[in-house]
Design a protein around this ligand. Structure first.
Ligand code: XIL
Length: 384
């Protein structure tokens, strides 16, 4: 679909959504819904035999999802689906500082080790998330970090954690979310505790320490807010590309770019040309690209489940159809697999109080239109 076509369709969609919201607020019969139904794609072809990992692997793509020790160790039905659909597991929280570092001197690898064993038992790959972030930091760190001790703390953490799993990780998100143009620091960098203590150099330092501790892992820079044609996303794309250019020209061992891809179901400003140009620019630096945290927020979408699910599915498909055109994209990972466990039920609640439905499987673990949309996007993607 051309950009103009897409925009036209999205504009109509938006008008209809406005109408749906208006009508749903009153009790009258909803005359607009059939019009809207006609606009969103039908997701009726049930590809029951395949799994997302199979659809992906036919195109030399890797499909996987984030999950955690608490879930996988306690919900066998969910775990069975996870193992069936995924080729790679991303610990959602179990490798973050807050989980690994109860005190300055201690490391607690219990949950992460369990996940590694789970992955090995079920022949899944595993990827590390994340070594340097401004969130999920333990209180002791926030209270003690300063420009004298920060480098030592960071390097020791990376040496120990990456060293422990060396040779076993597909990839590591070494630095997460270092860009925040709103913080008004040089180069659009986020004013994080690491930046405050070490300046921009913390990024290179982290990549070098990770490369030394595991020369085989694909070392990734991961960030969000890069998908849409908005001034804010423009600024993030610009700062991200420039950061990656600087890192590459300094010889920093960065191998891949992770595009989180937390999509918004009501957002209409998807610009295929801009997005593809951004991905091409990244690829031209010699970097691989991974979609690392894909999901679709359904806040603001109609309450009716059938309609909502199709709009979410349509957002997945439109996005993946654009992104998978870039041959440097090697993996698509969703941030969770089933609506039974999604961070959005806490971080992006619907105003009507209904459960959110952002992922490929439902709460009942059945495949939703989103599953079908992802499968179809893999199916129609060019081979890598
Ligand atoms: C989120 C987890 O999903 C939540 O369970 C946790 O409470 C906070 O972090 N970007 C990231 C992820 O890089 O680490 C975040 O994960 C979601 C946004």
């Amino acid at each position: 679909m051309s950009w103009r076509c897409l925009r036209k369709r999205r504009n109509v969609l938006q008008l209809c959504l406005g109408a749906v919201a208006g009508v749903t607020a009153s009790t009258s019969a909803n005359a607009e819904v059939p019009r809207l139904n006609a606009l969103v794609k039908e997701f009726t072809d049930s590809r029951v035999d395949g799994s997302l990992r199979q659809f992906a692997s036919r195109k030399q793509l890797i499909y996987g999802a984030a999950s955690g020790y608490a879930v996988l160790s306690s919900d066998p039905a969910f775990s069975a689906h996870f193992v069936k659909e995924c080729e790679i597991l991303v610990p959602e929280n179990d490798l973050k500082w807050k989980r690994l570092r109860p005190t300055a001197d201690e490391f607690d690898f219990a949950a992460a080790d369990w996940l590694l064993k789970f992955a090995q038992t079920h022949r899944l790959q595993i990827r590390g998330h994340t070594l340097v972030w401004h969130l999920s930091l333990p209180d002791w760190l926030k209270e003690t970090i300063n420009s004298q001790n920060a480098e030592r703390l960071l390097v020791k953490h990376i040496e120990t954690v990456v060293g422990r799993y060396a040779g076993k990780m597909h990839s590591w998100d070494v630095v997460n979310e270092a860009i925040e143009p709103g913080d008004e620091q040089p180069n659009g960098l986020r004013n994080s505790p690491w930046f405050q203590a070490l300046g921009e150099d913390y990024i290179e330092l982290a990549f070098r320490a990770a490369a030394e501790a595991d020369p085989n892992a694909l070392l990734t820079y991961n960030d969000y807010g890069l998908e849409y044609d908005t001034p804010e996303n423009d600024a993030r794309r610009d700062a991200t590309l420039k950061l990656l250019e600087r890192l590459k020209s300094d010889g920093t061992p960065v191998h891949a770019f992770g595009m989180q891809s937390h999509l918004d179901g009501v957002e209409t400003r998807l610009n295929p040309v801009k997005l593809q140009t951004f991905l091409k620019d990244i690829a031209s630096l010699g970097l691989k690209i991974m979609v690392t945290e894909l999901d679709v927020k359904d806040v603001g979408l109609p309450a009716a489940i059938a309609l909502r699910d199709r709009l979410v599915a349509s957002a997945y498909e439109e996005y993946l159809n654009i992104v998978l055109n870039e041959p440097a994209v090697i993996a698509v990972l969703t941030w969770g697999l089933s609506d039974r466990y999604t961070w959005l039920s806490r971080f992006s609640r619907r105003e009507d109080g209904l459960s959110v439905r952002p992922l490929p499987l439902g709460v009942d673990l059945n495949r939703k239109p989103a599953w079908n949309a992802i499968a179809r996007a893999f199916d129609t993607a060019p081979s890598r």
